[in-house]
Design a protein around this ligand. Structure first.
Ligand code: HEC
Length: 261
């Protein structure tokens, strides 16, 4: 199999002025650092959702995007730590009111009197450390079902993500375009895949809401992106400072004196 010839406009790192190589390397260092911080942030934000803070798992992502599937905070409180504060029939009635959508008319006629009697001694809002259950609006905050990150938040994060990450991989790809990689299709793949994964990743967040196993797609896209990032980073740094000039480049008359291959 013949090795793909050099493109007329291709230049290897060894043919670039040192100043550009310094700038490329500095940019790669900062991007590498940013990537590490991004991983830390991701881990910190998502890993504890399923009750296990040590790993970032499939369940963490499903809970983050689609919700835990468990009831609201007031339901878990009434079934758990607050169950002794009121008779079971009253607790049951409040839970079914919450599950039916927590409408205001029923609140006024039935729920409010119960809460005033059983809960307001602690939850009237005077203690800043306890949930304020005083009034319909405050109560509404603990009756909402956990349905995961809401669509509007996802839209906000999507546009930041799409704009931001496009810049990162545009820079990475530009630097990496000077690498000498054969077979050349590997280079095309590593350059292009992150952009594809970016789209797939963002779309998968919304899809997890509809069908949980899409969390695997979110993870896969992230993993492939990370792999491409690492490949471009290390290949570029190596060829820029350690690797020397590839033989086809030297034969064309370019590059430093040191020739490899
Ligand atoms: C004697 C005081 C007291 C009374 C009465 C009381 N609570 Fe609480 N409640 C607490 C304390 C303390 C906490 C926080 C500790 C905890 O989370 O276990 C709490 C936490 C809560 C929470 C938040 C749980 C979470 O998700 O963090 C809810 C909801 C709640 N109570 C509802 C109620 C309801 C409804 C009633 C009346 C039926 C009630 N409480 C009566 C003391 C009280």
């Amino acid at each position: 199999m013949s090795v793909a010839p050099l493109h007329r406009l291709y230049s290897h790192y060894s043919e670039l002025p040192v100043s550009i190589r310094i700038m490329y390397s500095a940019a790669l260092c900062i991007l590498g650092m940013s990537y590490l911080f991004a991983m830390l942030y991701l881990f910190h934000t998502y890993s504890g959702r399923d009750g296990d803070a040590m790993t970032l798992s499939y369940d963490d992502l499903v809970i983050a995007y689609a919700g835990s599937g468990k009831g609201s905070r007031i339901e878990s409180a009434l079934r758990g730590p607050m169950s002794s504060m009121l008779p079971t029939d009253e607790a049951g009635a409040i839970v079914s009111w919450v599950q039916k959508g927590a409408d205001q008319p029923t609140y006024e006629t039935f729920v409010k009197p119960v809460l005033d009697k059983r809960c307001s001694s602690c939850h009237d809002g005077s203690n800043p450390h306890l949930v304020n259950l005083n009034g319909y609006d405050n109560l509404k905050k603990v009756t909402e079902q956990d349905t995961g990150t809401d669509v509007f938040t996802l839209v906000r994060v999507s546009h930041i993500h799409l704009f931001g990450i496009t810049f990162i991989f545009f820079i990475m790809g530009t630097v990496f375009s000077h690498a000498y990689v054969r077979p050349v299709w590997i280079k095309y793949l590593v350059t292009g895949l992150p952009f594809l994964c970016l789209c797939v990743d963002v779309i998968s967040w919304y899809m997890v809401k509809l069908y949980h196993p899409f969390a695997w797609v979110t993870m896969g896209a992230g993993a492939v992106t990370g792999l491409c990032f690492a490949t471009m980073w290390f290949t570029s740094m190596y060829q820029m400072w350690i690797g020397g000039t590839p033989k086809p480049v030297a034969e064309r008359g370019g590059g430093d004196i040191r020739v490899i291959g």
